[in-house]
Write a protein that binds this ligand. Structure first.
Ligand code: ADP
Length: 337
């Protein structure tokens, strides 16, 4: 488990204080995939670097499995750090070493014996699907393959926590999806806790259990992926969610829909997608005719999230009853104004 307690980091730049992280408290459970999302300059990189003490917090605590990192001796800190692997946007591979050596060299420096090194390199290269590339050099690999090598290198130390610093930001959408699937596989099969930072909504949406939104050094909102996607509260969270999930309706059409009923956006989470046909039943139970104007489905880590933009044609009293009914059926209803 990772606990951040009122963690702050202030840099001194030309005598001026830059408060990169302010008073951040988070708890990341064992086996969880936790994402921090925010725009550039929000403080994400500084925060993730505080977790393995690459940056020493100015105040507050970083506690890993009950151990307060700033209170550990150098030796103990080194031991705890071994539990934490890290991958980066830029892969950080040695250009002059083969794939095999990129993974083997850090193990050798740690004093792991040759036989075990070979076993680990082969095991983790096969997990990331690159066993056949062990004699290649990084320049002979695609971006996605380089990131797979970096993941295998991190896993070869058999860490309990994997920190991911914008690991998919330099990759095209298809390769991003493949790397995210790989991270999910590692999380599920090896039980690894993953803490990631990103500015991309699709990353947190696809693989995280919970998210924190950062702005200006602060965590401004945190919660499960489903709750933040269906009910974002802070303006920054709303901006992120709306950047991907909103249907734009031309104003003339909007006016005509408004005069004949109510426009609503509906979220269906997980099982509700396939059980009671709540929306179809609306027209039987109430004097309301629903028309679906737009829709989509997102695959989250543990749920499917469906979103529909629906016009409920009917009188106010009727559509209000329909909205209450839908809400009681577990559909998340948001009125569109
Ligand atoms: P993000 O990862 O969200 O883009 P960063 O943590 O990189 O945010 O940066 C947060 C703030 O801290 C920015 O204002 C940045 O300029 C500043 N900052 C980051 N690293 C340093 C550093 N080593 N020295 C001085 N200021 C820094």
């Amino acid at each position: 488990m990772i606990e951040l307690k009122k963690t702050s980091k202030t840099y001194k730049v030309n005598g001026k204080a830059v408060e990169a992280v302010k008073d951040v408290s988070l708890t990341i459970n064992k086996g969880e995939v936790f994402g921090v999302i925010g725009y550039s300059g929000a403080g994400k990189s500084t925060l993730i670097r505080c977790i393995n003490l690459l940056e020493k917090p100015t105040s507050g605590e970083v506690i890993i499995d009950g151990k307060n990192l700033s209170k550990l001796s150098k030796q103990e800190l080194q031991k705890t750090r071994r539990k934490i692997g890290m991958i980066f946007q830029g892969y950080n591979l040695l250009k002059t070493a083969t794939v095999y050596d990129n993974i083997a060299i850090p193990l050798k420096l740690e004093g792991v014996n040759k036989k075990l090194i070979q076993k680990r390199v082969e095991k983790y290269l096969s997990i990331v699907g690159l066993l056949d590339k062990q004699n290649h050099y990084p320049s002979q690999l695609s971006g996605g393959q380089k990131q797979r090598v970096a993941i295998a290198r991190a896993l070869a130390h058999e860490p309990e926590i994997l920190l991911s610093d914008e690991a998919t930001s330099a990759l095209d959408p298809e390769t991003t999806e493949a790397i995210l699937s790989l991270l999910l596989k590692i999380n599920k099969e090896l039980g690894l806790t993953i803490f990631l930072i990103t500015h991309e909504l699709n990353v947190v949406q696809r693989i995280c259990d919970r998210i924190a939104v950062m702005e200006n050094g602060y965590v401004v909102e945190q919660g499960t992926v489903v709750s933040l996607f269906t009910n974002p509260k802070h303006p920054t969270t709303k901006r992120f969610v709306e950047s991907e999930n909103t249907f734009t309706i031309p104003s003339e059409i909007m006016a005509s829909y408004r005069s004949t009923g109510k426009l609503v956006s509906l979220h269906f989470v997980g099982k509700e997608l396939s059980e009671e046909p709540a929306l179809a039943l609306v027209s039987r139970k109430f004097n309301v005719l629903p028309s679906i104007l737009a829709g989509g489905i997102e695959q989250l880590k543990n749920h499917t999230l469906g979103k529909l933009l629906v016009h409920l044609r009917g009188e106010k009293e009727e559509y209000e009853q329909a909205i209450t009914y839908l809400t009681n059926q577990g559909v998340i209803v948001e009125e569109v104004n």
